[in-house]
Design a binder for this molecule. Structure first.
Ligand SMILES: Cc1ncc(COP(=O)(O)O)c(C=O)c1O
Length: 385
């Protein structure tokens, strides 16, 4: 909830922009770090969720490692001060130059997603005269009970190596002389709100680790990925996600004999601290009677509703009207799917009003594009207003 002082300060700013609540980000990062320390868990921040420099700097200052999805993300994390020895790098399609860079930087682990990739890592490490530290990203075939667009751990999806293939290929993997398989990794999906899914994940991991060890792999770490969801419906009810519960579940259900346990949260760390502030350009009514509010941002600033059908709570933060109306909020991009929400109740909304599109700190600004040659959105920080 924005204070009157903040709302007044926002009125004079050019829109659209991302507003980051730096106090909330700090409280969230502190909560995750404190709860993880209770169990000795290791935290990586999934950089893809938000690469704003101040956001990265704050998270890094709490000693987090980084989880990266490209060579450029690895570089960005290192430039932001993350220790390479705390960086993990996953991705189904790593280019040779990205693999080479990751090995040269001596990152904690390349989380490898196919046998062919493993062979390429082995070859490149050999050319460099180095040993590459690898985690096996295994596809565990788990339904994460989330939006199917952001589900990454079911058998038919592109992520991870199938468990059966790893078992079948154990000797081939162990014969790769320039690779050290130090751990196993999985990430089953994002925006997981049904926490019992993590219990099931632990059961699968327990079996996978026991079988890998019986095949002669000596694992030091288990990386259970990210995925903890946030409250998009009523963000004010849960500004800091429930790290305590997910850590308690993992602590009590994971039986992997003293190995390091790593997490890679993105959304849960930054989702609630960011909101997209946008201004109303026009109102119009379609021939069918639909009342449209056209705002000055679009899917180029926040693509999640258009891409995944995701919900974001929207509020008019400047209207003083007591009368209400039902509106569909649309953006400026030349795409019919460029709709932020349909049929929502707002106070009477007019040209010049400011709307906030909440819970946009994760996969908002980092997924922005220049389609229609829109400018990339700026960041505004609560402590600089
Ligand atoms: C491998 C990996 N780890 C971690 C994450 C972060 O997920 P979340 O933002 O749901 O925590 C992702 C998200 O796509 C991912 O692909």
């Amino acid at each position: 909830m924005l204070s009157k002082k903040v709302k007044d300060a926002l009125k004079g700013l050019e829109t659209p922009f991302y507003l980051y609540d730096m106090d909330l980000l700090r409280v969230t990062v502190e909560s995750a770090a404190t709860m993880a320390a209770r169990y000795g868990f290791v935290l990586h921040y999934a950089v893809k969720a938000n690469v704003d420099p101040r956001v990265l700097a704050l998270i890094q200052s709490y000693g987090f490692g980084a989880d990266c999805a490209s060579g450029n993300e690895v570089r960005c994390a290192i430039e932001a001060g993350f220790d390479p020895a705390k960086i993990v790098y996953a991705g189904v399609g790593k280019r040779d130059h990205e693999i080479r860079y990751a090995i040269e930087q001596g990152i904690f682990a390349i989380n490898c997603e196919s046998l062919e990739e493993m062979q390429v890592i082995n070859d490149i490490a050999g050319e460099l005269g180095k040993k590459a530290t690898v985690g096996l990203r295994i596809n565990p075939d788990i339904d994460p009970k989330t939006n199917s667009c952001i589900d990454t751990g079911q058998a038919d999806c592109k992520f991870g190596i199938s468990y059966e293939e790893v078992l079948r290929s154990a000797d081939q993997i162990k014969a790769m002389k320039n690779i050290i398989v130090k751990g196993m990794h999985l990430h089953i999906g994002s925006q997981i709100r049904e926490l019992h899914v993590f219990e099931y994940l632990c059961e699968k991991v327990n079996t996978i680790v026991a079988n890998l060890e019986s095949l002669g792999f000596k694992l030091d770490f288990v990386d259970v990925g990210g995925g903890l969801g946030i409250n998009y419906d009523v963000p004010e009810n849960e500004p800091v996600p429930n790290f305590a519960s997910v850590f308690a579940i993992i602590n009590s259900h994971l039986k992997v004999g003293g190995k390091e346990v790593h997490f890679e949260f993105g959304r849960a760390i930054v989702g609630e601290c960011g909101e997209l502030i946008t201004r109303v350009l026009f109102n119009k009514t379609t021939a069918t009677g639909r009342k449209l509010v056209i705002v000055d941002s679009s899917m180029t600033e926040l693509i999640r509703p258009a891409l995944y059908g995701s919900y974001h709570n929207i509020e008019n933060i400047t209207s003083e009207e007591t009368r209400q109306e039902r509106y569909t909020i649309v953006g400026t991009a030349c795409e019919s799917t460029d709709v932020f929400d349909e049929n929502i109740t707002l106070p009477l909304t007019s040209r010049g009003d400011l709307l906030t599109i909440k819970s946009a700190g994760a996969y908002g600004q980092s997924m922005a594009s220049r389609y229609n040659l829109h400018d990339l959105p700026r960041s505004v920080y609560s402590d600089e207003l």
